[in-house]
Design a protein around this ligand. Structure first.
Ligand code: 5GP
Length: 144
């Protein structure tokens, strides 16, 4: 996968937006959807995706839709902090497979970090169950 390519409307996050794939939802409005990462790098690892734009990555995202989307990224990051009280937080995204991107629909990662707790592997750790993710999502939702 190159940095620039056609958007695949059947990528997994597009299916989640359309309700064709399940997710543990944290936040949704007409601009963005936030849900728990199913291969979390830490407790509370959350993804925020734009709902209406077919953008593979940050570079592709139409500039006039970026501001409203980034406000949602910050809103969710603040809720993760308020809910889980981490010592630090990674807010990041990857552009292109070479950079580490594995799902080609724009998303930001919010990854809370605690002192002394190592970061899990990116997109390659153990799969969390909905039963494990739902209590975390409930806590985060309560701060939104
Ligand atoms: P990327 O590698 O593109 O930056 O991040 C994709 C993220 O999506 C990874 O952190 C990976 O764990 C997560 N992911 C992959 N497939 C699914 C899925 O089906 N559901 C959820 N909730 N997360 C997924």
């Amino acid at each position: 996968m190159t940095l620039h390519a056609d958007y695949d409307p059947n990528n997994i996050f597009a299916k989640i937006v359309r309700g064709e794939m399940p997710c543990v939802r944290v936040y949704e409005d007409n601009i963005a959807l936030a849900f728990m990462d199913v291969f979390p790098q830490s407790q509370g690892h959350t993804l925020i995706i734009p709902k209406r734009q077919q953008a593979r990555n940050f570079i592709d995202m139409p500039s006039d839709h970026l501001g409203s989307y980034m406000l949602r990224v910050q809103k969710v990051a603040r809720a993760v902090e308020a809910a889980l009280s981490p010592d630090g937080m990674v807010v990041t995204q990857f552009n292109g497979a070479t950079a580490g991107q594995t799902v080609f629909h724009l998303h930001f990662h919010v990854i809370p970090r605690w002192d002394g707790v190592p970061l899990g592997r990116h997109a390659g750790g153990g799969m969390a169950t909905p039963e494990e993710l739902e209590p975390l999502a409930t806590k985060i939702r309560s701060k939104l």
